[in-house]
Design a protein around this ligand. Structure first.
Ligand code: ADP
Ligand code: MG
Length: 330
């Protein structure tokens, strides 16, 4: 790949967790009911995401690793001038293939296919499609991320830190998709596994364990005060069950995992005076809003959103969480 392509790839792929995010999103788009994520050395050595989704035939495999987007980056000026406005849809597999050794094995769900096929991309060079024996669905294996971009490889954190990022991404998607059985493995050990039986509380149990699941209080969507938000639902923890990290605040806007500060701060405000300053509750909070009232940042690495009336949004979220805590006598 050219330098421009590698830089572009870096904008989609920052670290192992960003690869995991794209691959898990693809599996969900492919209607998977099971997704297994297995990483080695925090994902720096290898990342494997397998699903039982619709799969791809040989043609689709060939297409999948191509750059098949309308917004191609042609030169450095495009990159510097317009990064914030570029859409990266249809770029993920291409970008990942440009900065790793990637093998995609897939077999379509369609019953006429009695075997699958695979394609390998090494540093942007795609090989030919080969027949492969495999179950229905898709497995993407990404090895040696950034092996050909030493500056980025060097910038990766320790394995434990990279794995923590991978863990939060997979956790966020598992919690948002209780009807999908999600498994996460690190260096051959299972970290968590959800049943996919479609219940949020059970998914919280699978991911965070019994103590946390028992401390969760349901948000009563019916009592939401008037404001820009159409709905606030999910679970928040009793203040006695807390952690010294913000990473257990999983927030979603219109089903999309975001790190929106306005949402997080609104949740924390409801706990005012009930938590020590360095402690944070657990929350799995789904916020629904008219898409016209929210600005979803198009940059692929940013998961922040901006609301047209963020003051109103904060008031509604704080009220909904306060109501839940009060109900439990917290
Ligand atoms: P996008 O998801 O934006 O279309 P990607 O580069 O992530 O772009 O994927 C390219 C295409 O490859 C997808 O549109 C889809 O057709 C196919 N694809 C990728 N991952 C999977 C998967 N796990 N199962 C089935 N098809 C897939
Ligand atoms: Mg995708």
């Amino acid at each position: 790949p050219t330098t421009v392509e590698r830089i572009a790839a870096g904008e989609v792929v920052e670290r192992p967790a960003s690869v995991v995010k794209e691959l898990v999103e693809n599996s969900l788009d492919a209607d998977a009911s099971r997704i297994r994520v297995a990483v080695a050395s925090g994902g720096t050595e290898s990342i494997r995401v397998s699903d039982d989704g619709v799969g791809m035939d040989e043609d689709a495999l060939r297409q999948a690793v191509r750059q098949h987007t309308t917004s191609k980056i042609r030169d450095i000026d495009d990159l510097e001038g317009g990064l914030a406005t570029l859409g990266f849809r249809g770029e993920a597999l291409h970008a990942i293939g440009a900065v790793s050794r990637t093998t995609i094995t897939s077999r379509p769900r369609d019953e006429r296919a009695d075997r699958g096929a695979e394609i390998t991309v090494e540093g942007g060079d795609a090989g030919t499609v080969q027949p492969a024996g495999c179950p229905v669905g898709t497995t993407v294996e990404v090895e040696d991320l950034f092996y050909n971009v030493p500056a980025r490889r060097k910038y990766l954190a320790q394995d434990a830190t990279e794995f923590a990022h991978v863990n939060s991404v997979v956790t966020a998607y598992a919690l948002a998709n209780p009807d999908v059985a999600v498994t996460l493995e690190h260096d051959g050990r299972e970290v968590f596994s959800t049943t996919g039986r479609g219940n949020l509380t059970e998914t919280v149990l699978d991911v965070y364990g019994r103590e946390v699941a028992q401390a969760m209080i349901e948000i009563d969507d019916g009592k939401l005060p008037e404001g820009p938000l159409e709905g606030v639902s999910g679970l928040v923890s009793h203040p006695e069950t807390n952690r010294a990290s913000r990473e257990y605040l999983s927030t979603y806007v219109n089903g999309r995992f975001v790190t929106a500060d306005a949402v997080r701060e609104a949740v924390l405000e409801a706990y005012e005076g009930q938590l020590a300053s360095d402690r944070y509750p657990f929350a799995v909070l789904f916020v629904e809003v008219d898409p016209a009232l929210v600005d979803v940042n198009v940059h692929p690495r940013k998961m922040d959103v901006r609301f047209a009336n963020s003051e109103g949004v904060r008031e509604q979220i704080t009220a909904a969480v306060e109501d839940a805590l009060r109900r439990e006598g917290a």
